[in-house]
Every structure is written in structure tokens, then in C-alpha cells.
Write a protein that binds this ligand. Structure first.
Ligand code: TRP
Ligand code: ZN
Length: 487
């Protein structure tokens, strides 16, 4: 019975992810949804087909307009390191138009005469290097800025980019379930941002890769009665022009660009604190209050439980914000985005686990998606079966049979682009971690995870670094294990 219920949950969850809006968690579809394309469903073939893995490109140098992630080589640049983004935005859920100013405080890593940022859409109305206007061109998804004079290495600088326009639909070859990344003018009078993995550039100019994390400040102006929500802490609410307010949010912890969030809607704020003292603040649709209560209660207990298991909660606060328009949940740092269709304890626990795994410790390459999604999925299961070891074993056996019989066989270490958020990334990733725990023993496994968080928190870690930490924790090579699972 439990097995059936769980499988139904996976199906519905995946279908929601793949088909988008209007999906409610009631009836499981009888067949597997395909990961490619939006609305086609195929029957499970008897024999799994092997999906070829793309050949990685060589790592680029700073002037090639790439940060060097072979999986999505067009992202980022190596010529500078962003320290802080200040994003000033005027947003009105009722008017599909955005006015923004992005201020980047950064430092050059090499001598530069031009620099490139990732940015898609909008009209750029001005660029300033410090206070001097700078000329710029746009080429594909890059904003290329000519510096008024060449900059030496290790030079701190401030760059200001002003932009406006209606957001252009921006799809991602990876997040095929989303119609567009960037700003979404959703239902119930909300506007919010979606970015994973390559869509932060569709809402602000940035060095769009988790290897370059930065602090963030948001100054969002919106008409009454809307509330603007972002990452971190609400610093101030200021009166702006007639009938408008500016919400200032600050997040003073390193954050990857894809985890930045702005959401505007008519919200009720719920303040809480976990038994262990972690501040919680949620922004919900007022009519969802009763439904939200058990989610808030679980969040408060689960955040302490995870802090005990993996080390102290890494940020200043935590909470969820509701949005409408697509069935989705996203681990935006300190302020998880969730739509009413996916609102539930399972979602809250999964996204909460990402605060440690994926957010505080980032991926070094997008090809390593299994590590953050596998960990979040496994932790979600550890929570669900925290008092039921036999139940966890049964669930893992169930999951393992699902991953060995489904049609989507590919190397976890090299997912084809459209499979980056495939079922197997989540559940074969979780199965890998469960097998690793059995291989290492409980003590070494959990000690290893704590060392991993402590060693790489605030930074990015690669699969090789993860493996090295786990090998140190168990005191022997795990090469055969990882060769078997990631080969
Ligand atoms: N990381 C999300 C999760 O684990 C899934 C996701 C990927 C996503 N890309 C997205 C959600 C874009 C919303 C928008 O739940
Ligand atoms: Zn996840």
C-alpha cells in the first residue's frame, strides 16, 4: 500500500514538473511521462535504451566569454569575481514591464579592457564603469562592456547597468518544464523570478554560474497593496512615489545567481522561530493559511533536525513564499518558492535540505546535478522514515526497481541536456547515497557529510572533492564504488 502511494506521489510530482500548471496531486497517470517535450506521454519500453552522453568541451580561458563549466560553457566569465549585486527593480504584477538597475561590486582577476556579463532580453539604457558611462554591445546572451580605460588585475570596481522592457520568453534546454525562465507574471497577481539553471541572466545582468557567488541586496518598488519578497532579511520598507513602496531585502551570505529570487504578490507574512532558535518567515496567500500551518510546523522541526545531522543551518533565516502560475518548487536561498499545487511537507523538507546541499555548498559544474538533487531527495526520505528504518529500506528497494526498469538510462555524471532534472537525477542520486551510506557505515557517512558542508560551505565543490571527503571519513578508497555508480 505504502509502495503504491509513494509511486503515485512520484508520478504526480514529475508530471507536475513536466506538464506545468493546472496539475493537482490526485490521480496518478498510468504511464511514465517523457522528459523531453512538454505534453507527450509514452509507455514504458521493455528494454531500456542507452542515451548517448555529450562530449565535454575543453575548459575555456578568461577571454572566451565562459567561466569554464564544460556542461554549459556559454555561462559566466573568468575575468572578474562579483562580490555583491544590488538589484533595484520596479515591478507591478498588473503591468508586464520591468525597470531595473543592477549594481555589481566586483574585482578583476586578470588585466581587462572589456568584460562580459550574462544578460538576455530587455533594452539596456545605460552602463557605467564607476561613474563614467561605458559603451557596450550585445552578442547572443552576453552584454559586452568596453572599459573606459584598461583595468589591472585585482582591481575592485563598480559597474551599473540600467535596463527596462517587457521580459521576453526565455526557455532553457534543461528546464524543459518551464515555459520561460526570468520574470514570470503569474496568476493570483504575482510576479516572480525563475532561474535554475541558466535563467538568472534573463532577469539581471550577472556572472551566471554558481562558482561565482556573491552577496545580494534588493530594492524592489511596487504599488500598494503588493509586498515584495526576496532572499535574506527584510531590512526596510520605505514609502516611494504615490501609492508605491520600496522593500529592501539583504542577504549577506554568498549566493549563486540562480538562487536569487524576487516575488511580488498580495501576501500575509507569518513569523515563527524553530525550537532551536532559527528565525522563520513565510509569505503566503491569505486563503492558504490552514493548508500552510502543518507545512510551517514541519519546517520548524525539520530545520533543527537537519542542523543536528549536517551542521548548523547556514543562513540568517528560512521560509517559503507562495507563487502561482506553474506547478513548481524551487530552493531559492532562505526563501523557497512554492506553488499551491506542490505545497506540502515533502516539498518543504526537500527544498530545506538544499540550503545545505546545493546552496551553501554549490555544484562546481551543472553536470553534477545528481549530487544536490540526490542529497535533497535522500534527506527528504530520511526525514519521512526517521523512525522507520525498515520503511526506508523498502522505499529504497522500490526506488531502485524504478530506476533500473525505466527507459531513461544515462550516466549520472553526464546527463544529456534535457535530462538534467530527470527522475533518475533525483532518485538514482538518492539510491547512490543510500548505497554509499551502506558502504561506509552510518557514522562515517554522516561525519563525511558534515565535513563536506564545513569544508565547502560558501563555495562550490566538485564530485571529486565530495568523493575525497567521503574517502577521508571512511579511511579508504571509494574508487570502485563511484566508478560503478557514476561511470
Ligand atoms: N531545483 C528544483 C527542485 O529540486 C527543480 C527545478 C529546477 C526548478 N529548475 C527549476 C524549479 C526552475 C523551478 C524552476 O525542486
Ligand atoms: Zn531539488
Amino acid at each position: 500500500m505504502r509502495k503504491q502511494v509513494f509511486q503515485a506521489e512520484i508520478y504526480v510530482w514529475l508530471l507536475c514538473l513536466l506538464l506545468g500548471s493546472g496539475c493537482r496531486a490526485q490521480e496518478p497517470p498510468a504511464v511514465w511521462p517523457t522528459p523531453i517535450g512538454a505534453a507527450t506521454i509514452t509507455l514504458l519500453p521493455a528494454t531500456p535504451t542507452l542515451i548517448p552522453t555529450p562530449t565535454p568541451l575543453p575548459s575555456p580561458t578568461p577571454d572566451t566569454r565562459s567561466l569554464g563549466d564544460p556542461y554549459i560553457p556559454e555561462l559566466g566569465n573568468l575575468g572578474y569575481d562579483v562580490q555583491r549585486y544590488t538589484l533595484q527593480l520596479a515591478l507591478d504584477p498588473d503591468v508586464v514591464w520591468v525597470r531595473g538597475t543592477a549594481v555589481l561590486e566586483a574585482i578583476t582577476t586578470t588585466p581587462l579592457s572589456e568584460l562580459s556579463l550574462d544578460f538576455v532580453g530587455f533594452t539596456v539604457t545605460g552602463v557605467w564603469w564607476e561613474t563614467t558611462p561605458a559603451s557596450f554591445t550585445r552578442s547572443d546572451a552576453k552584454l559586452i562592456i568596453t572599459l573606459p580605460e584598461p583595468a589591472s588585475a585585482a582591481l575592485p570596481f563598480r559597474l551599473t547597468i540600467a535596463y527596462e522592457g517587457a521580459p521576453a520568453p526565455t526557455t532553457s534546454p534543461h528546464a524543459t518544464f518551464a515555459d520561460s525562465l526570468g520574470f514570470v507574471f503569474g496568476g493570483q497577481q504575482t510576479v516572480y523570478t525563475l532561474a535554475e539553471p541558466d535563467g538568472a541572466r534573463a532577469w539581471f545582468p550577472c556572472n551566471d554560474h554558481p562558482r561565482d557567488k556573491a552577496l545580494f541586496r534588493f530594492e524592489v518598488t511596487t504599488p500598494l497593496p503588493y509586498t515584495a519578497v526576496a532572499n535574506g532579511q527584510l531590512h526596510a520598507t520605505l514609502p516611494a512615489d504615490a501609492g508605491q513602496q520600496t522593500f529592501i531585502w539583504e542577504h549577506n551570505y554568498p549566493m549563486a545567481t540562480y538562487l536569487a529570487l524576487v516575488a511580488v504578490g498580495v501576501y500575509e507574512r507569518l513569523d515563527d522561530v524553530s525550537p532551536g532558535g532559527i528565525p522563520l518567515r513565510h509569505y503566503i496567500f491569505p486563503e492558504a493559511r490552514a493548508e500552510f500551518e502543518p507545512v510551517a510546523a514541519t519546517t520548524a522541526v525539520a530545520i533543527d533536525w537537519m542542523s543536528d545531522l549536517f551542521g548548523p543551518y547556514p543562513f540568517e533565516a528560512f521560509g517559503l513564499v507562495m507563487v502561482d502560475g506553474l506547478s513548481l518548487a524551487m530552493e531559492t536561498q532562505t526563501m523557497v518558492l512554492v506553488s499551491p499545487e506542490l505545497l506540502g511537507k515533502k516539498t518543504a523538507v526537500h527544498e530545506l535540505a538544499h540550503m545545505w546541499f546545493g546552496n551553501w555548498v554549490s555544484l562546481d559544474s551543472w553536470s553534477e546535478m545528481w549530487r544536490k538533487e540526490g542529497l535533497a531527495t535522500y534527506i527528504e526520505l530520511l526525514w519521512r522514515f526517521r523512525d522507520d528504518a525498515a520503511g526506508l529500506e523498502a522505499e529504497m528497494a522500490n526506488i531502485t526497481s524504478g530506476i533500473t526498469t525505466n527507459s531513461r538510462q544515462f550516466s549520472l555524471a553526464a546527463p544529456p541536456p534535457a535530462y538534467l532534472f530527470d527522475y533518475n537525477i533525483y532518485y538514482k542520486g538518492a539510491a547512490l547515497l543510500h548505497a554509499l551510506r551502506q558502504e561506509m557505515g552510518d557514522e562515517a557517512f554522516f561525519a563525511g557529510l558534515r565535513v563536506y558542508v564545513q569544508s565547502y560551505g560558501g563555495r562550490a565543490a566538485s564530485d571529486a572533492q565530495f568523493r575525497a571527503v567521503m574517502e577521508a571519513a571512511v579511511g579508504r578508497s571509494l574508487a570502485p564504488f563511484f566508478a560503478q555508480w557514476l561511470g
